[in-house]
Design a protein around this ligand. Structure first.
Ligand code: CMC
Length: 428
């Protein structure tokens, strides 16, 4: 059996052979299919990249029908149970789990890059008192590029390594500072004796105590949430990271663009929308009426559905377990009852069953964040913290991939044909 595709162009009667590799044909192989010699050649039309692989990647594997998610071959369930966020970040970036000494060095470097230049603090002080922390994160990450001119050296592995340390480290400090800014509290500086998640909690919630001691259960839960959000192959924000990075701009500018993509309510902003939706539903009695509005196409059930998962999102399963651990410390989030009932009804409802709509990662994560006293505005920021390692791993993979070039989709032009300019006075 030949690994080729035979295509007959019925316009010309010509037959073409196109190689198949990894169940994929190269779109550029279709360009030889022409009616006349000066034809551009055949293209594919694929809005939103529903069926187009834009890269080869060895980082994350998803089987959406089976509900499988693996980082570098390791099932997400095992990483959530046994790994830490920093170890997982190392795995995503370097492809293998670290040895003890590799992990120690990696942790040391991340920990010792958490401090921000004082001018960044001044810059963040300039935001309006009620600025959205995600807007602050996006702008501040972009501003970091002006502090590190060596970030432009994207072909230099040492310079890349340095920016990777800085970005993973500083994203928690920026997030913490953003929160302190909107709450009018003095910025809390990093404490190098704490874990990554513990340090972030310190920069969020430290009050007048000399040393902040994170609650171990909450610190662990947050760390697991960072692992679950660390990568998710070619999603909207990761595609943005790769696409912007393909122009060879510095990683701060590319990551700011990725974070901007994540900010949208259809992507990382969905967990915020879930809480708003649950609050609006208000009580279990109102669920059937809400489901009816979803069926009528009036509203979406936020936190449900996924482009890739047509089964239960494996991250949502783990998050439900983490939620129980968190609620033991914080007390139950009163919205949980509504969420559980909404899930129960949706999963047995024809509308959702037919469309294979299941809870995704955002359905329960907001409930945990809210119980941990994160304001809703911080939810997408929490997503961005975890995803930073994935964005960087994908960015580096893209840079080292000799198949890649500057990202530049084609279009089918549907505008006016050539016409001559008409002076203003002569226009009808
Ligand atoms: N509520 C109601 N109907 C839905 C929903 C939903 N949440 N999601 C999809 N549908 C319907 C959709 O209307 C369509 O119905 P029909 O065939 O009758 O037109 C069908 O299901 C297929 O949906 P689609 O819009 O073609 O699916 P998509 O792959 O383009 O969209 C999605 C994926 C995640 C944007 C979408 O499911 C959605 O908007 N969900 C709510 C927002 C959300 O929870 N986002 C977080 C995603 S997970 C975290 C992340 O990766 O960012």
């Amino acid at each position: 059996m030949a690994d080729t595709l035979s295509i007959t162009d019925n316009r010309t009667g010509k037959v073409y052979e196109v190689p198949i590799k990894d169940d994929t044909i190269r779109a550029t192989d279709l360009r030889k299919i022409k009616v006349t010699d000066d034809d551009f050649g055949l293209m594919t039309y694929d809005p939103a990249f529903m069926n187009t692989a834009a890269c080869r990647s060895a980082i994350t594997f998803i089987d959406g029908d089976k509900g499988i998610l693996e980082y570098r071959g390791y099932p997400i369930e095992q990483l959530a149970e046994h790994s830490t966020y920093l170890e997982t970040a190392y795995l995503l970036l370097y492809g293998e789990l670290p040895t003890q000494s590799e992990l120690d060095t990696w942790t040391f470097h991340i920990t010792h890059h958490t401090i921000l230049h004082e001018n960044i603090k001044n810059l963040m002080d300039g935001f309006r008192y009620n600025a959205h922390p995600m807007g602050m994160l996006i702008s501040t990450v972009a501003a970091l590029s002006t502090f590190y001119p060596d970030a432009k050296e994207i072909g230099n592995p040492e310079a890349r390594r340095k920016q990777i340390y800085r970005l993973i480290a500083k994203v928690i400090t920026i997030a913490g500072f953003g929160y302190r800014h909107i709450t009018g509290m003095p910025f809390a500086y990093p404490d190098n004796d704490l874990s990554y998640a513990g340090n972030f909690l310190n920069m969020m919630f430290k009050m007048t105590e000399v040393r902040y001691k994170p609650n171990p259960a909450l610190e662990h839960a947050l760390d697991v949430l960072f692992i679950l959000h660390a990568d998710h192959e070619q999603n909207c924000s990761t595609s943005a990271m790769r696409s912007i990075g393909s122009s060879h701009v510095d990683p701060y500018s590319a990551l700011a663009g990725a974070a901007a993509a994540l900010y949208g309510p259809l992507h990382g902003g969905a967990n915020e929308e879930v809480i708003k939706m649950l609050t609006e539903i208000g009580s279990i009695q109102n669920i059937p009426a809400f489901i009816k509005r979803v069926q009528d196409g009036e509203v979406k059930l936020m936190g449900f559905g996924h482009r890739v998962y047509k089964n239960y999102d494996p991250r949502a399963k783990i998050i439900k377990r983490v939620a129980d651990e968190v609620f033991e410390v914080t007390g139950k989030n009163p919205l949980l009852k509504i969420a559980l009932e909404l899930e129960r009804i949706a999963l047995s409802d024809d509308y959702f069953v037919k469309r294979k709509l299941y809870p995704n990662v955002d359905f329960y994560s907001g409930l945990i964040y809210q119980a941990m006293k994160f304001p809703m505005d911080m939810f997408p920021v929490l997503f961005a913290i975890g995803r930073t390692s994935g964005w960087l791993a994908q960015w580096q993979e893209m840079l080292l991939d000799t198949d890649q070039k500057i990202s530049r989709p084609r279009q089918i032009y549907s505008g006016a044909a050539r016409r001559d300019y008409v002076n203003l006075a002569e226009r009808p």
